[in-house]
Ligand binder design. Structure first.
Ligand SMILES: [Zn+2]
Length: 334
């Protein structure tokens, strides 16, 4: 059942079966004539049913609301093509992530992108093969291309009493956008800030130091002084400043862990990831679901890239592998 989380803003919980995220929070921002739906869920039956049931309870029929996609991931964008089919629906997204969604809805392009980089970083061949069918972006992405209306930093979307400023917050993805209602201190955060889980920070070709960009985005979010953060997953966040501090501390610990695992050797991200500590239930590395192994290797890589950007590790490109080793430079990690 949808829940009013702030005046005129309703949360619809959309189940995400077989993922540690469990649920997506879609938000319906009520307007006078048209409403705005933020994010959608995977392109799969369970998500479609829950989303449409919630919209029906709220009296928002297809064609009466626009859509805002915070970022390209399939759990946020999966149903965008279906929703966009209703006449008059405007679908907003940041330029970069909107373009990526359309590029990758061609499954072959997605596979090529995966295969290109992953093998270099020590992703095992059998994991790559499994990913080709089990990656959520391939399984549950939008059913077709979408005619996005690109939004940019500083754009304003007004629906009812919500005056929503669009802000670019790269890191989780290159074109991740959030919406901030400055008058009311409400931040609709996508996967920038989550409550009891940490957003995955992955290597992205378009963003050479994605963790560095993410930490900069957290600084930018801190300055907004939000009093209520509406995240893409899990519970609402009342103390945004405290949560941002915890996320920063998490990544500082992770950077230190990656550096200590590299002591006296060089390694690929694929070799390091199984040695890192992960909080996946019941989990030894061998039992991780295929997508989680992939996200873990990418997260290791994002931390290695950031250490390389700080000059603390160096990359060694040899043959068909990229390895990292400590440079000997010592620097603070927070
Ligand atoms: Zn995401």
């Amino acid at each position: 059942m949808p829940e009013e989380v702030a005046a005129g803003i309703f949360r619809i919980e959309v189940p995400l079966p077989e993922t540690p995220l469990k649920m997506l929070n879609a938000y319906l921002v009520r307007g006078e004539r048209r409403h705005l739906l933020v994010d959608s869920g995977f392109n799969r039956r369970e998500c479609r049913e829950a989303l449409f049931a919630g919209l029906e309870v709220l009296g928002a029929r297809p064609g009466e609301f626009d859509l805002f996609i915070t970022h390209m991931h399939a759990d946020h964008s999966g149903l965008a093509a279906d929703l966009a089919a209703a006449p008059g629906t405007v679908v907003y997204a940041g330029k970069e992530d909107g373009e990526s969604i359309n590029k990758l809805c061609d499954g072959e392009a997605f596979r090529r992108l995966l295969l290109n980089d992953a093998a270099r970083h020590g992703c095992a061949a059998e994991l790559l093969r499994a990913l080709e069918t089990k990656h959520p972006g391939i399984q549950y992405g939008p059913s077709g291309k979408i005619a996005f209306t690109a939004v940019d930093e500083g754009d304003m979307l007004v629906y009812g009493e919500s005056r929503l400023q669009v802000l670019l917050m790269p890191g989780h993805t290159p074109g991740h956008m959030v919406l901030f209602d400055a008058q009311r201190g409400i931040l609709i955060a996508g996967d920038l800030i989550l409550g009891d889980i940490t957003p995955n920070i992955s290597r992205r070709r378009e963003l050479p130091d994605s963790l560095g960009a993410y930490l900069d985005s957290l600084d930018k979010a801190q300055k907004l002084g939000a009093t209520l953060t509406l995240p893409g997953h899990r519970g609402l966040i009342r103390d945004t400043a405290k949560r941002i501090g915890e996320l920063r501390a998490h990544h500082a610990r992770r950077l230190a862990e990656v550096l200590s695992l590299l002591e006296g050797r060089s390694a690929t991200a694929g070799e390091l990831a199984p040695e890192m500590t992960w909080s996946i239930r019941g989990a030894v590395w061998a039992d991780f679901p295929v997508p989680q192994k992939w996200f873990a290797i990418n997260e290791a890589l994002a931390h290695l890239d950031h250490l390389a950007a700080l000059g603390i590790v160096v990359r060694e490109e040899s043959g068909d592998r990229t390895r990292f080793r400590p440079s000997g430079k010592v620097a603070g990690l927070n």
